[in-house]
Write a protein that binds this ligand. Structure first.
Ligand SMILES: Nc1ncnc2c1ncn2[C@@H]1O[C@H](COP(=O)(O)OP(=O)(O)O)[C@@H](O)[C@H]1O
Ligand SMILES: CC(=O)N[C@@H](CCC(=O)OP(=O)(O)O)C(=O)O
Length: 301
């Protein structure tokens, strides 16, 4: 057999094996809701973004209901920078004055949301972009943030401006899109009772969305291989107790704290599993859902 024929044989077998391996997962997740949070740090290059969009289209095509919640922190930062405005974070949350809120809405609801929608549609999907304002999807209230301090008695409530938390979610518009073969793509902007817009951390929105939709899985795509221990090794599975210990010892810190807490809240409220995975790996979503490999960190209740 010539070398190229042997290679062809190998790749044919590999393709056949991968497709066969995917079958039970396709059957298991068919008609199930999967909430996928696409973090701004995972949107690093055009090829990766296209790969993500193709994965979402494929999942929908084989009968699953992917719901995308996206971030865009670095993209907001870049726009603020261009406008000569400084980004300021407290405990991973952006301090959001009125002007910043306008930029947040422009970047999340405009640029980032429409880029993802457009990519999914280029690959044959039917994505519809939403902010929390559309169809009254995300009702928000002002977040009274308790600053993280080593001494709990010294902790204080601080004002972050137009930063919100989820007060409630009305999933009617998402159900309507799902049943109509559309893919909802949601920007984390909520609306207060007074009609005021609130900037909400995208992990928080994804976690609550997964709970309200009784999702099968919550997948959080970020820029690390998953949760790492103090020696930098990947922790493939974590329970609530282990998470508390890792936060207590400072191994889990910064932006990973709200992320993992949202994942825990989701599994505690009925989502079957939550995964923190590396969005910088090509087709990370498909690898997680359709192969035996399982990538990243699995959070159990
Ligand atoms: N134990 C840990 N394992 C992995 N990442 C951690 C850990 N503790 C803190 N982090 C930080 O959390 C970051 C991910 O959170 P964040 O920057 O908010 O992501 P995203 O923008 O994707 O929501 C990682 O890039 C890393 O710097
Ligand atoms: C309150 C708050 O911090 N909101 C975030 C919303 C975007 C986000 O969460 O984006 P990533 O997932 O890419 O980090 C922000 O303004 O950056």
């Amino acid at each position: 057999m010539s070398e190229s024929t042997a290679m062809d044989q190998i790749s044919v077998h590999t393709i056949a094996r991968v497709l066969t391996e995917a079958l039970p997962y396709i059957q298991r997740f068919s008609r199930k809701t999967l909430v996928i949070k696409y973090g701004g740090n995972a949107m690093v290059d055009e090829e990766l973004k296209r790969g993500f969009a193709r994965d979402i289209v494929l999942l929908k095509q084989v009968g699953m209901n992917p719901v995308v919640v996206h971030g865009g922190g670095p993209q907001i930062g870049k726009m603020l920078d261009q406008l000569g405005k400084e980004s300021r974070f407290i405990d991973g949350l952006r301090v959001t004055d009125r002007e910043t809120m306008d930029v947040v809405q422009m970047v999340l609801g405009g640029l980032v949301n429409k880029e993802i929608v457009s990519l999914i549609n280029q690959f044959g999907g039917r994505a519809v972009g939403l902010t929390g304002k559309d169809g009254g999807l995300i009702r928000a209230k002002r977040l009274h943030h308790r600053r993280v301090k080593a001494d709990p008695d010294a902790s204080e409530i601080i004002d972050l401006g137009h930063v919100g938390e989820v007060a409630s979610i009305d999933p009617a518009v998402v159900h309507m899109l799902d049943s109509g073969d559309f893919i909802p793509v949601i920007a984390p902007v909520g609306v207060g009772e007074d009609g005021v817009a609130y900037n909400i951390n995208a992990d928080l929105v994804a976690g609550k969305m997964a709970s309200v939709l009784a999702a099968e899985k919550l997948i959080l795509l970020t820029n690390t291989p998953g949760v790492l221990d103090d020696a930098g090794n990947l922790l493939t599975g974590l329970t609530a107790r282990e998470v508390d210990e890792l936060i207590g010892s400072g191994v889990i810190h910064g932006g990973m704290i709200p992320k993992i807490q949202c994942a825990l809240d989701a599994v505690k409220s009925g989502v079957k599993s939550a995964h923190i995975i590396d969005g910088r790996v090509a087709h990370a979503v498909m690898l997680e859902l359709l192969t035996d490999k399982g990538v990243g960190t699995l959070i159990r209740g």
